[in-house]
Ligand binder design. Sequence first.
Ligand SMILES: Cc1ncc(COP(=O)(O)O)c(C=O)c1O
Length: 368
Amino acid sequence: MPAVIPLVDLKAQYHGLRAEIKEAIDRVLERGDFILGEELSLFESEFADFCGTEYAIGCGSGTDALHLACRALGIGPEDQVIMPAFTFVATALGVSLSGAKPVLVDVDPQSALIDLDQIERAITSKTRAIIPVHLYGQCVDMAPLIELAREHGLYIIEDAAQAHGAEYRGKRVGSLGDIGCFSFYPGKNLGAYGDGGMITVDKEGVADKLCLLRNWGSHQKYHHEEPGLNSRLDTIQAAILRVKLQYLEKWNNSRKKLAFQYTAILKEINGIQLTENGGDSVYHLYVIRLADRDLMLNKLRDAGIQAGIHYPFAVHELNAYKWMGYSPGAFPVAESWARQCLSLPIYAEMPEEVSSTTAEILKQVMHN
Ligand SMILES: Cc1ncc(COP(=O)(O)O)c(C=O)c1O
């Protein structure tokens, strides 16, 4: 076993793909179509097929994907968008960058996913959409959410930044709501070699609007219909992601196998709560919950195992979102996840003995 076990090892993946990646980059360099080039169109249609949607539109990041999705659905100032209180800040940023207000709902103690039972009371006359975040690679239970959204005439914007390839009742994330948002940040299950994002959608009109908005608000050079963004997925990144997309299912399967190994040992340990929503997970992260999280984090680090925290603060605790006016204690479950969550190393190429060694260390610390 290596002396230091990283949370994620991007080099290990690259070493298995080196020749294909170099060839893909070279194709773009030779063609010179760096912006909105051929490899991007090909990747967009392959990613749409993978997710089971009509369209996929590449953009600069997962944050931009969420922002663009709100704008393309006509969401803006005066509107409200419901989202979980426990997620990466980008979910809130996507909403607030569009001018709308994020409205938070607490999360489930077992899964850290949005608590479906608390959504309805957060709906007001200004609510336009709900964002389920498929956190850690799990998939939100979408059927009741879709029913609620339809009842109230609300859009569903999936934040699938951590769940490429996760399935719900035979359909993949990104195809379950009105619009799906993905990140290709390097450490994601499908990661670029830089920033990147994608938006999946079935409606042609929305896809068209997204293409306009990501390209300074123009379809035709120098004809700007509205103030858009400069947020395209680079052709080089698209070429790299085309190579990687072919391996995604295999990688997700090895993440699942490693996760099952963790679970087999950890489920026996008193004081450790596993993250579980009863559905499919592609284990972007393997997260446990325990009371003395910081002590365990240090013990693992002393043993050369780089565990992480996703995330140390709930959204309303961040300085950037104090203006929303929520007081401490407003979302007690989200706040306790922030104090107690611990992410253990997981990546597709991780040697199998890492999960058993890590789990055994956890066991010893808990017993002492
Ligand atoms: C849940 C979630 N949403 C959105 C994002 C934003 O993606 P990006 O980093 O590509 O902007 C991330 C990325 O880390 C994320 O984890």
